[in-house]
Design a protein around this ligand. Sequence first.
Ligand SMILES: [Zn+2]
Length: 172
Amino acid sequence: MGRHLGNVEKRLRHYLPGGDFKNVSPIRSRTMRAIKGRGTKTTEQRLRGALVQARIRDWKLQPRGIFGSPDVVFLSKNLVIFVDGCFWHGCPRCGHLPQANRAYWKAKIAYNRQRDRITERELRKNGFVVLRFWEHELADDLGRCIKRIRTTLSPTKRSRHSSRKRAKADAN
Ligand SMILES: [Zn+2]
């Protein structure tokens, strides 16, 4: 798995000359790198609260040691959930680029998206079911997100079949 992330780092150089953030002061660059780019604390807590309220059990919030650091993991069901911050992951509905350092942000967000795709593919290859929510989906319609989680946890025969087909197609 680590090899793939190494490839991402290499590809990042394609976006960011020298593989580093240019035209950004060292302190600011360090701060930016420190930001994980996942959902905000508020959205995570919202999801957590909704899971508790819905009496959905057997999940862990950001457990250590799972590839890609998902936000919620249902280990017994091999289900991982990511909450993507709309800005950091380039949400088509809410994502926008700041005027200052446009090229930097464009590269940074493209990198995040690419890393998301690779992480997701790796997890699927290893038998995980991956669900992703945009930050705005949690804010707008938490009930719908919970419904999607429930459906995934106890799929009907039909959807189980189609997700297996999808996993096979991904592997090819
Ligand atoms: Zn959004």
